[in-house]
Ligand binder design. Structure first.
Ligand SMILES: [Zn+2]
Length: 400
């Protein structure tokens, strides 16, 4: 048995007064005791009197096949199988070093992530929730990942293929994307009827659907089709952001998980699609970033289920392991630090279908733990100071 004692604790929903002694055995949490409780005899205890213990973080939107350099999505077809497996392993180690113990991969290249997951891996890695290649239109956003489909029959077959491959969630590109030249972020890539086929087929197979949507029509179409989650959810129009109270109320009512993919490490180099939109709107990237923080704060205030995700891997300013910054952006947008932390723990595991096993300090849950220096409830920046990370009760050698 192993113990982790910290002067402060956050249990996935709220701060625990007096901290906690978390007991771990065989990869599971077997006790959550008051901070001052004696450790069982013979139990080795990691002591962090000035630190905080909390559930390992969840990044609900990553691209493990992308190596965190500008243009990595454009080059996604280049690495061979072994090189791609190495990129995926490296991406995961970066997440773990930042305290992320679960990732949801929403941009696989031809099932490379699922292949990686099913092959025997040595070492300690985050748990991987996988979508396979995003379903997209022919020539559409991220079509180079191998998920293009046209018409209801192909879309139905695409969902069935993913179910057969063992995905955990279906990702569908409802609008074009900033990262794919030639696609239109304001326009829908499918009809409502086609999207309903994807959602119906996925739900029949027991799989949730999350939809990439930037333009307002795509957000509305995703909502109308009954998707379980929306990525980015940008509410974009040619005149700017049109995020209405009415739409937020509907998202809250439907309990749709919205992953706004906030967070930047340095200046994001605009892709040609993004540069064109910025020019049209007369805005700088910095202005859009500040606008996005405020808009997600409003979303949260309206009761929308906001989950943390980074889009890690797609650019130099979007590296793997960015999640603590994504959570800080939520707080900067007006979300309370406790709610921001919940969005990256209990709320995110629920959105990933793992809410009964991960994302809380609770007996019986997986021993995915993060110890940070300081108190992230008082100062969210402390989240970026990992002192120890455990995934399934094991510490990675490199991040220890
Ligand atoms: Zn993405």
């Amino acid at each position: 048995m192993l113990g982790v004692r910290a002067g402060r604790a956050f249990d996935g929903e709220r701060a625990v007064p007096g901290g906690a002694l978390v007991l771990v055995d065989d990869g599971r949490i077997v006790g959550v005791e008051p901070g001052g409780a004696p450790a069982p005899e013979g139990c080795e205890v990691l002591e962090a009197p000035g630190g905080t213990v909390l559930p390992g973080l969840v990044d609900a939107h990553v691209h493990l096949c992308a190596d965190g350099t500008d243009g990595s999505l454009d080059r996604i077809e280049e690495p061979g199988e072994d090189a791609m497996a190495a990129i995926i392993g490296q991406s995961l180690r970066r997440h773990l070093a930042a305290g992320v113990t679960t990732v949801r991969d929403l941009g696989d290249r031809r099932f490379a992530v699922l292949d990686w997951r099913s092959s025997a891996q040595r070492g300690v890695y985050p748990a991987v929730v996988a979508a396979g290649p995003p379903i997209t239109s022919v020539g559409g956003h991220c079509a180079n990942m191998g998920g293009a489909a046209a018409g209801e029959d192909q879309l139905r077959r695409a969902v069935q293929q993913r179910a057969e491959r063992g995905v955990d969630v279906v990702k569908v590109m409802v609008s074009g994307g900033f990262a794919t030249a030639g696609t239109q972020v304001m326009l829908c890539q499918f009809t409502l009827g086609e999207l309903q086929v994807v959602v119906g087929e996925a739900h029949a197979a027991g799989l949730p659907v999350t939809a990439h949507a930037h333009g307002l029509p795509a957000v509305h179409m995703a909502m109308a089709a009954g998707v379980d989650g929306i990525e980015h959810c940008s509410f974009l129009t040619d005149k700017g952001v049109a995020q209405s109270a009415d739409d937020l109320a509907r998202l809250a009512e439907a309990a749709t998980a919205v992953c706004p993919t906030l967070g930047l490490a340095g200046a994001l180099v605009p892709t040609p699609n993004a540069a064109a939109l910025l020019a049209k709107l007369g805005l700088t990237m910095e202005q859009v970033t500040e606008m996005n923080k405020r808009r997600v704060g409003q979303m949260h205030a309206a009761g929308v289920r906001v989950v943390s995700g980074s889009d890690g891997g797609i650019a130099a300013a979007k590296p793997h392991g960015l999640l603590p910054v994504s959570v800080a952006f939520l707080a900067e947008g007006g979300v309370s630090t406790a709610a921001a932390l919940a969005s990256a723990t209990s709320l995110a595991t629920a959105a990933c279908g793992l809410g009964d096993r991960k994302g809380r300090l609770r007996v019986g849950y997986d021993a995915d733990l993060l110890v940070v220096d300081g108190d992230p409830v008082a100062d969210i920046a402390a989240l970026a100071q990992p002192a120890a990370v455990f995934a399934g009760g094991r510490r990675p050698a490199a991040a220890a």
